[in-house]
Design a binder for this molecule. Sequence first.
Ligand SMILES: C[S@@+](CC[C@H](N)C(=O)[O-])C[C@H]1O[C@@H](n2cnc3c(N)ncnc32)[C@H](O)[C@@H]1O
Length: 180
Amino acid sequence: MPKVIVLRWGHRPRRDARLTTHVALTARALGASGIILSDVKDEKIKETVEKIVRNWGGFFSFEMGTSWKKVVREWREKGGVVVHLTAYGENIQTSDVLKRIKATGKDILIIVGSKKVPKEFFSKKVSDFNVAIGNQPHSECASLAVFLDRLFEGKELTKEFENAKVKIIPQKRGKKIARI
Ligand SMILES: C[S@@+](CC[C@H](N)C(=O)[O-])C[C@H]1O[C@@H](n2cnc3c(N)ncnc32)[C@H](O)[C@@H]1O
């Protein structure tokens, strides 16, 4: 399994707090190992995500404030590939882009945007793959979820999160939580 880190670009603290939190929680729940909130710091989101990790377990790194250029440069220097999720990219359903990504066998940095992303994101210098989760504009959270699920082929949905304090016991109806 490759290591997967999500780079959340363009977070606007006042406007995107809830959505960026959801991007982070989606990344964690669907198998990524961490998130980088590039270029900006938001202590509130860090706190929220770290609290979830303390209670619900597993390892999930949270980094913020690092410039996206530095993150991408260092990731590539270490031999990882960069996947930019964009409605303008190769369609994950109609192209073989996912197959090519998997064939690299390399760790993956997934970039998701917010507002309009810098043009450079589409260039070879930044992204190895520009991937569209369908070619209609929608959401960073939705595109991340679909991409991770296809990358991990659904296996991430059965992942056990180590050292959890709480765990959901699935029910047909109602809510059951085990405190461990
Ligand atoms: C709400 S969109 C805004 C995009 C912006 N208007 C633009 O033209 O670049 C925010 C992010 O969601 C992701 N996204 C939205 N639709 C997507 C799609 N169909 N496939 C892949 N990623 C998508 C991209 O990462 C994008 O940067």
